[in-house]
Design a protein around this ligand. Structure first.
Ligand SMILES: NC(=O)c1ccc[n+]([C@@H]2O[C@H](COP(=O)([O-])OP(=O)(O)OC[C@H]3O[C@@H](n4cnc5c(N)ncnc54)[C@H](O)[C@@H]3O)[C@@H](O)[C@H]2O)c1
Length: 284
């Protein structure tokens, strides 16, 4: 089956990026948010990113308009009924994901493929709860989606090989390089990255060095494009906190346990760049 019509659930940090890259590749994209307010905010993020491209001379105003014409926003889940592929990019919470897929199961055609952009939750558990366990896979994008070229395609023991081939072809059409992984919390990249990020918080927490020195050390000493505390602010501290808890629950290894400082910051509403404050402060 050739995927033509794409649906995205959630127009937050990740959902808006997925919508944008799919539209830029020429797919007909429909995105669902919980309210008009969130929808306007998410679509505004896409507009701003594309306008940046126009301002830098990377695309014309006509090309920007062409991309935007491929995108439709909605707050109704029923509007996903004609989609070939629906990618869920809502909050990192298993109950919320089950709710989304149950609702999609009821409105989408039997051949529609479902994918979750989860960073750490069980794809197998999500798939098993639907009426189409062979047609739900992981499609794990990286932030910022328009700039990061990797997608992890995640299979469960039930996944249909033809579905894997279809989503892999889709990911390649939107310009991404695919890495295949078995379903396990964190897949490949986060399994390695999350303990490193949590350790950076522990280093700060124990007073070894300042936030700036930790970031500068990893940039200049290891050639990382940004330091771990800056990266955490970009990923979102709330999202990282959910992921760490899920990975700790699964593996029971202390290196996956969220440090108390992370929990405190999340409770304080310091969720990183998107909230204006994380390890650093950001102008709103
Ligand atoms: N932030 C990252 O770097 C990153 C990277 C890869 C994967 N992910 C995963 O992507 C998912 C989304 O993360 P994010 O960073 O975009 O979060 P976010 O908080 O920026 O966005 C989530 C959006 O989903 C919306 N939403 C919640 N329930 C919904 C529903 N039922 N229908 C439609 N919209 C709904 C919210 O209103 C919000 O706008 C999570 O599962 C996260 O683990 C995040």
């Amino acid at each position: 089956m050739a995927i033509q019509k794409v649906g995205v659930i959630g127009c937050g940090l990740m959902g808006s990026g997925i919508v944008q890259v799919a539209a830029q590749a020429g797919f007909d994209v429909r995105v669902r948010e919980v309210s008009d307010e969130f929808l306007t905010k998410g679509l505004g993020r896409i507009d701003k990113f594309l306008q940046g491209g126009v301002d830098k001379g990377k695309m014309t105003a006509e090309q920007k308009a062409q991309v935007l014409s491929k995108i439709a926003g909605t707050t109704k889940l029923e509007d996903m009924k004609d989609r070939d592929l629906v990618i869920e990019a809502a909050i990192e919470n298993i109950a919320a994901k089950h709710e989304v897929f149950a609702a999609l199961d009821a409105v989408c055609g039997p051949n529609a493929i479902f994918a979750s952009n989860t960073s750490s939750l069980s794809i197998t558990e999500m798939a098993a709860k639907t009426k189409r366990p062979a047609r739900l896979v992981g499609l794990h994008f990286f932030n910022p989606v328009p700039l990061m070229t990797l997608v992890e395609v995640v299979r469960t023991p039930m996944t249909d090989e033809a579905v894997l081939a279809d989503v892999t072809a889709f990911a390649q059409k939107i310009g991404k390089t695919v890495v295949s992984a078995q379903d396990t919390p964190g897949f490949v990249v986060n399994r390695l990255l999350v303990p490193f990020l949590l350790d950076a918080i522990r280093v700060l927490e124990s007073g070894v060095a300042s936030r700036e020195d930790i970031d500068e050390g990893m940039k200049r000493g290891c050639g990382h494009p940004m330091g771990p505390l800056t990266l955490l602010d970009f990923v979102g501290l709330d999202t990282t906190y959910y992921i760490a808890n899920i990975m700790f629950d699964e593996f029971k290894e202390p290196r996956f346990a969220p440090p108390p400082l992370l929990k405190k910051m999340v409770l304080a509403g310091w969720h990183g760049k998107k909230s204006g404050r994380g390890f650093y402060e950001y102008a709103k």
